[in-house]
Design a protein around this ligand. Structure first.
Ligand code: EPZ
Length: 422
């Protein structure tokens, strides 16, 4: 039995949606507390399944973690007591692989289960391992585990073939206490990387080039624990902006950092969207019928974010004309296409390009989420479709959207969670 949402769509929605802390910044920053002993306080942490999963893993490694309130935690690192991150924990969430960098920085050795692939792709970690080896780490892979060991971590120059978010985070965390300086060329530039680097610098690390594709990490002897507040989640913000555009601007989005999603905002403006942004509050001043078809290609930051590809596709289904989306980051990230087509969408797609012909409205149907962003895109469609829709496997959505049904109910949505067969 897994949980599903029953949504009676077609109702007008009106009110404010508040954006929580960024999942993909909170995860690496939590992991960063492994690097140095001491007591840390993290704030604006989103209340998500993935955070709870990571906390279990970090506790299995020896950290003592106390929840201070819904969005704040105290982490006590009195030393890592277990150097093995086991498969049963890592398989639940691939981001667990990020513990390797900090464990190498702290103990110069680590054994971490290879993360599985997932629905959207094979998700290899070759770039992570290439980075560690450049720092002098010996890597041995057997029985589904990566064993890493180093006499000393030495700074080096690393050039990534692809600006991998996870590989950049893992190698930065391994390099902060290495002997000498590490230069990472073609580093990922996502705002969550900046947040991790700012957190590490607050701990006393010496990282420059933050926000550029070249990170320079001058190794230091010791770091110190700190207090830190996580940035807002730009993907949740983008998802809520799509909802507002679908409901004629009746939804205000609180927690938008425009320069975190500049390419997304400008793409929507190209399609005729009109925004009013004051501080972190975004209002939509255009109507759905004013929007016209657009073309988008997912790219590493600062390009159009792959995590906003499926919510954008839901919107494109409802605008006049023929839109196009190209997915260049993951090899299998169109699983929401057949589900949206079950709801009356007109999308034809191959493995990397989707052509979307505008329709009047979705028709309610039973559908299934395949990953957290695809799940969000189906929920958006169900909120618009007249009648009762069911979105199955919403555990995917719980991983990345805090209290989504409560937030949607508060703005007028008819949505309930129930236990379903599939
Ligand atoms: C992070 O995943 C995010 N997850 C993903 O968000 C996001 O979609 C992705 O970055 C891209 O922005 C977290 O931050 C926890 P990558 P990550 O390494 O680090 C290939 C969500 O919805 N690659 O930049 O795994 C890889 O196969 C999730 O919140 C290699 O080939 O992304 C993929 O095709 C989904 N070798 C591409 O790079 C490697 O060693 C991007 O992966 C590493 C990656």
């Amino acid at each position: 039995m897994v949980e599903a949402f029953k949504i009676i769509g077609g109702q007008p929605l009106k009110g404010t949606l508040k954006v929580e802390g960024a999942k993909n910044a909170a995860l690496p920053i939590f992991v960063g507390t492994l690097i140095e002993k001491g007591t840390y306080i993290l704030r604006n942490v989103p209340n998500l399944m993935d955070i709870r999963t990571l906390i279990k893993l970090l506790e299995s490694l020896g950290l003592v973690i106390e929840k201070l309130d819904e969005h704040s935690y105290k982490i006590e690192n009195k030393g890592i007591t277990n150097l093995v991150a086991s498969y049963d924990l890592v398989k639940k969430m691939r981001a667990s692989f990020l513990v390797m960098g900090p464990m190498l920085a702290h103990e110069k050795r680590a054994t971490v289960s290879l993360p599985g692939g997932c629905a959207i792709g094979s998700r290899p970690v070759d770039l992570h391992l290439k980075g560690f080896e450049a720092l002098g780490v010996k890597i041995n892979i057997e029985h589904g585990y990566v064993e890493a060991i180093a006499d000393d971590l030495k700074g080096n120059k690393i050039v990534f073939d692809f600006p991998s978010v996870g590989a950049t985070e893992n190698v930065v965390m391994a390099a902060v206490k290495a002997k000498g300086t590490t230069i990472i060329e073609n580093a990922a530039r996502e705002p969550e990387i900046d947040d991790l680097c700012n957190f590490l610098n607050k701990m006393g690390a010496k990282i420059t080039g933050i926000g550029t594709g070249t990170l320079i990490i001058e190794g230091v002897e010791k770091l110190y624990p700190c207090e830190y507040s996580i940035i807002p989640d730009r993907i949740v913000a983008g998802t809520f902006i799509i909802a507002s555009l679908m409901f004629d601007g009746e939804i205000i989005v609180d927690g938008v950092v425009r320069n975190h999603i500049e390419s997304f905002i400008s793409k929507l403006e190209e399609m005729g969207a009109v925004f009013e942004i004051e501080g972190n509050i975004l209002k939509v001043k255009s109507k759905l019928k004013d929007l016209k078809a657009g073309k988008a290609t997912t790219m590493p930051h600062p390009g159009f974010a792959t995590d906003l590809q499926s919510p954008m596709m839901t919107l494109m289904c409802l605008v006049n004309g023929t839109s196009e989306i190209k997915e260049t980051i993951f090899e299998n990230r169109f699983m929401h296409v057949p589900e949206l087509n079950r709801m009356g969408a007109k999308i034809s797609a191959d493995s990397s390009t989707a052509i979307i012909t505008g329709i009047n409205n979705f028709s309610s149907a039973e559908v299934m989420a395949s990953d957290l962003r695809a799940g969000a895109s189906l929920i958006l469609a169900a909120l618009k479709a007249n009648g009762e829709s069911i979105v199955n496997r919403i555990y995917h959505v719980d991983r990345g959207y805090e209290k989504l049904e409560e937030k949607l109910r508060a703005i007028g949505a008819n949505i309930v969670r129930f236990k379903a067969e599939i």
